[in-house]
Ligand binder design. Structure first.
Ligand code: FES
Length: 109
């Protein structure tokens, strides 16, 4: 099936993703990390743009809204997907997160 109109996936009940929490979901073989930065939800691909590190598993700083790649330490801005420090220099994919009927959802296409 081809879907060009965009795809929305459900992540979890909003109560399971409180401020400071994160969640990993998988869609079409792609892992996505969903983060709650002080009440605002952000989602990025769980694959570092430097060397494919499991980015969303790194240290999450909800006040700064950043995550640090566990492989070589690049710090990524979750609001934009852009790295703030080397060695990564390219942004990672971001996804729009929303809350619909108390469920966290992502626009994945
Ligand atoms: S794989 Fe993320 S900084 Fe190298």
């Amino acid at each position: 099936m081809t879907d060009t109109a965009g795809t929305t996936i459900s992540v979890c009940p909003v109560a399971e993703l409180p401020p400071g929490a994160r969640r990993l979901v998988e869609h079409d073989g792609m892992k996505i990390g969903v983060f709650n930065c002080d009440g605002t939800l952000y989602a990025i691909e769980d694959r570092c743009s430097h060397d494919d590190g499991p980015l969303a598993e790194g240290e999450f700083d909800q006040a700064a809204c950043t995550v640090e790649c566990p492989r070589h330490g690049s710090l990524f801005d979750l609001t934009t997907g852009r790295p703030k420090t080397l060695p990564a220099f390219k942004p990672v994919k971001t996804f729009a997160a929303a809350v619909v009927d108390d469920t966290v959802t992502l626009e994945v296409a």
